[in-house]
Design a protein around this ligand. Structure first.
Ligand SMILES: C[S@@+](CC[C@H](N)C(=O)[O-])C[C@H]1O[C@@H](n2cnc3c(N)ncnc32)[C@H](O)[C@@H]1O
Length: 416
């Protein structure tokens, strides 16, 4: 049903990328067991006989807990398997036989930090596609939808309104905007997120079909064992049912992206400033919405130029989120969004970031008031600003004894 067309020039790069992605997803189960469960088994074995007997016996049944972790890993691994299975099919349906990845090909291909990225992507399904994740979504996505509706209240045909979502993650916000009738383009730099979005948007059934244990791999701050093994079902909403058809039936690529037949939803896997900062997308969008994205910028000035470039004159930039600049400096203690994995994924994205010519990337950090001053400098007029529209976590277990909550700021700026 979906289609993908590679540009010939990018074929070799894409082949490597897909091989890498496949290996990462394939190795999720064994690598996660080796990293999370095996060391705990080893520590257990190192205990005295007396201690071991105490822990194995009821009521604690400590080994049962580790078995449950393994079960959770195996369950989450089914999602990883879905992502790579449909990813490979997507590629091979357009380039028959292009991708054959045997188990042996994966030896040594995926590093622990690669696997951490897969884990972070899978946990992201909690935030974007479980009913339980609505707690986090409602504050942020709800605000964006409210702003769009206020801005385009008099527009008879919303499909004429083009909205861009940079850093779209697993595309739930993009999907919600598209299903409200706007012509929506999701931009995301991570191929993992793109393939995971492809799976959830176009390859799931109308009933929530996948089980996910979002918090099972983290051992701290659980009030009960049940809380650690809390299960959610995804997807809480079925894209095909809401939109009337599965979204992706044709595609464009650079190196690749997916586009729905009626162009109501496009997924574009590229670097935001590179793709939207040039002539190709100049003055193309009526609105840009960024959620938990601004602080991913190594150089916010590039993001500002880029939004200014791709917005039409009079278009609006809606922003919701905190300012957790470059996670590397903040470290796990500063980020800790429920699990160390996020920090690993973040480090992989931001640490050691170099420009194309090999020079280290700028790393700029600003306070909220400085961001607003810069917006004015870049030709925007701030029309709304709320220093806090709510306190929300990011893939946060609401029952955890540790609640890392962001006081989420919101502003709307208009391009003059
Ligand atoms: C903190 S996540 C937020 C995702 C989503 N907006 C949400 O609220 O859940 C930031 C996202 O921005 C993406 N990202 C980071 N730098 C990017 C870039 N230069 N171009 C496009 N996407 C980028 C990351 O891959 C990640 O998915």
């Amino acid at each position: 049903m979906s289609s993908l067309r590679w540009l010939q020039a990018s074929h070799r790069v894409s082949d490597w990328v897909f091989r890498h992605l496949t290996c990462m997803n394939r190795q999720y189960r064994s690598a996660t067991h080796a990293e999370i469960v095996q060391p705990r088994l080893d520590h257990f074995k190192a205990l005295s006989r007396l201690d071991r007997d105490l822990l194995v016996a009821p009521p604690l049944k400590y080994l049962e807990k580790l078995q449950k972790v393994d079960h959770s890993i195996a369950t989450n691994a089914k999602i990883a398997a879905d992502i790579f299975f449909h990813g490979i099919n997507l590629v091979n349906s357009h380039h028959p036989g292009a991708l054959h990845v045997r188990e042996n090909d994966c030896q040594g291909f995926a590093t622990p930090s690669d696997i951490a990225i897969v884990r972070a992507t899978i946990r992201q399904f909690y935030r974007d596609w479980s009913e339980e994740g609505a707690v986090e979504r409602n504050v942020c996505h709800g605000q964006v939808l409210k702003d769009l509706s206020a801005e385009f209240t008099t527009v008879a045909d919303r499909s004429q309104v083009r909205v861009l979502i940079p850093g779209a993650g697993l595309c739930r916000l993009a999907f919600d905007i598209a299903s409200s009738g706007y012509s929506t383009e999701a931009n995301e730099i991570s191929y993992h997120q793109l393939l995971a979005s492809h799976f959830v948007l176009s390859r799931t059934t109308s009933t929530p079909s996948r089980e996910l244990y979002p918090f099972a791999l983290s051992f701290s701050n659980h009030l009960s064992r049940e809380a650690q093994f809390e299960k959610v079902l995804i997807p809480g909403v079925h894209a095909g049912t809401v939109l009337g058809k599965m979204p992706f039936t044709s595609a464009i690529s650079s190196p690749f992206s997916l586009e729905s037949e009626d162009a109501c939803l496009t997924l574009n896997a590229t670097d935001f400033p590179s793709e939207y900062g040039g002539a190709k997308n100049r003055g193309s969008f009526d609105a840009v919405a960024t959620v938990f994205f601004l602080d991913t910028a190594p150089n916010l000035l590039r993001y500002m130029e880029t939004v200014h470039n791709c917005l039409k004159r009079g278009g609006i930039w809606i922003n919701v989120g905190p300012l957790l600049w470059n996670c590397a400096e903040n470290g796990p203690g500063g980020r800790r969004e429920g699990d160390i994995d996020d920090d690993e994924a973040c480090k992989a994205r931001h640490c050691n970031a170099f420009d194309n010519d090999g020079t280290p990337m700028a790393k700029l950090e600003f306070s909220e008031d400085e961001v607003l001053l810069l917006l004015e400098q870049y030709g925007f007029h701030i029309e709304k600003h709320d220093i806090c529209i709510g306190e929300v976590g990011y893939i946060m277990d609401p029952k955890s004894m540790l609640q890392n909550l962001y006081r989420v700021s919101h502003w709307v700026a208009r391009k003059l």
